[in-house]
Design a protein around this ligand. Sequence first.
Ligand code: FES
Length: 332
Amino acid sequence: MTYQIRIAGTDLHFACEGNQNILDAALKAGIEMPYSCRKGVCGNCAGAVFAGEVECPPPGEVTPSGKHLFCQCHPKSDLEIEPEAWHRVDPNARKTFTVKVFRNTLAAEDVNVLQLRLPAGQRARFKAGQYLQVALSDGSRRSYSMANPPHESDMLQLHIRHVAGGQFTQIVPNLKAGDHLQVELPYGSFELKEEAQGPMLCVVGGTGFAPVKSLLDDMLKKGMKRRVTLVWGGRNRAGLYLMPAVEKWKKMLPGFNFIAALEDPADAASLGGFLGRVDDAVRANCPSLAGHEVYCCGSPGMVASVKKVCVEERGLDAHHFFSDVFVPGPAA
Ligand code: FES
């Protein structure tokens, strides 16, 4: 059965099948709402249901504030909803490419930096911060953020952390120049709010660095001048696997400040960084985040801890906390 879903306060509506989740139906209709994991973990897709009946399989279907996770809910009647934000996008903008590996580097003991080349004459269109899906031979998919900025549109750079037993990450170290992969992009609503002027705090763990690298390289290309603090967390110095990029931003981005948050005391000291987790680094280095935007990428637990510090302890407007949550396993 097909239901109509209307966005409250507008005459915008879209169709959703009874067995389809609300987020998928909206995206298919070219209405972009905030989302990241599509697995009911990150909470980014939460919104209100003002009228109608929804079915939400537990767990995590309703947030503590009584909002529904649109990536998990199905309509049981026509609905009136209010997402956190929405805007129209071209539903045909997402494309599939057969790309060729041209470089594969072991950047840390558990991270490969994979560089892919698009077919001659083709260009990838995406916004800094978005991600792609890699199609695997069994039909499943894996999600990875683009680490290159959008203007480098004839290639794609992915930072792939090895996951124990991970179906794709097991084969990544063996990929060699000339191998082919099939990818589809763009996905995701994690992107720079270009109209904002205030200072930015970027907080990333491990390969959560990838989408923020794309954001900062994009800012550099566009000559944007905002104060930026980057907190990058890892076990040790080797985990900060692309420090040349950080050194470049120190030189070329006005008002750029870097904080390494490391668990290894010797490495934290040698880098003049913070000994401990990224949320504690934020607590120690950011007395107030009023007027800031925060861009945070990493595991669900890490992102939740950072959000708590920023919003509950440092005065950040919760609407100015943007996150990309990395959940291992097949893409939803
Ligand atoms: S919880 Fe719905 S997108 Fe993450």
